[in-house]
Design a binder for this molecule. Structure first.
Ligand SMILES: *[C@@H]1O[C@H](CO)[C@@H](O)[C@H](O)[C@H]1NC(C)=O
Length: 178
């Protein structure tokens, strides 16, 4: 009886833990939700902007494009070049067929195809990354690892410190649920 109640209370806590950990890692998001989605859309409702409006992008996530690198490419461009489909001065230019772009800051990102005529026919996409405020809400600062582990400790990266803080918070959260 007691065991049953215990397992019933621990399950949601574990689910929460995994949700928190997956946020900490940053997700890899396949553009368009599937392989081969980087193409001229067949209709307005099929466009990548329709998909991007529904998806949630956060700092640390990566966008992944899969396409035929011999025929197409991915350009990250300015808002002006996005609007006019100008391919001549991209911020970044990818044509490896398996492109991964990490979203390092909040705000809009503008992408379009570098293939001739494709952008004009709608193969373009705006991704808006949510601000950090939305993401790390309620996370307490991590204690300094040096205090615990003595002098012979290698410097810890900011990411590791953040994760330690996140784990500590999740720990408190899990205990609180019992
Ligand atoms: C594209 O941008 C470049 C540099 O800003 C400009 O010189 C060129 O005329 C533009 N091309 C078109 C087709 O608008």
């Amino acid at each position: 009886m007691a065991a049953k109640a215990f397992s019933r209370s621990i399950t949601p806590s574990l689910v929460l833990l995994f949700i928190f950990l997956s946020f900490a890692q940053g997700k890899e998001i396949m553009v368009g939700g599937k392989t081969g989605a980087w193409k001229i859309p067949s209709s307005e409702s099929d466009s990548l902007n329709k998909w991007a409006e529904k998806a949630r992008f956060q700092i640390g996530d990566s966008l992944v494009w899969k396409y035929d690198g011999g025929k197409d490419s991915v350009l990250q461009v300015s808002k002006e070049d996005y609007t006019s489909c100008n391919t001549s001065n991209p911020i970044a230019d990818y044509k490896d067929g398996n492109t991964k772009v990490k979203l390092e800051k909040s705000g809009p990102y503008f992408f379009m195809s570098g293939a001739k005529g494709h952008c004009e026919q709608g193969q373009k996409m705006i991704v808006v990354v949510m601000s950090q405020k939305h993401r790390y809400i309620g996370i307490s600062p991590a204690p300094s690892p040096v205090d615990f582990e003595g002098p012979a400790v290698a410097p810890t990266s900011g990411v590791a410190v953040l994760k330690a803080g996140l784990l500590a918070t999740v720990g408190v959260l899990v205990l609180g649920l019992f």
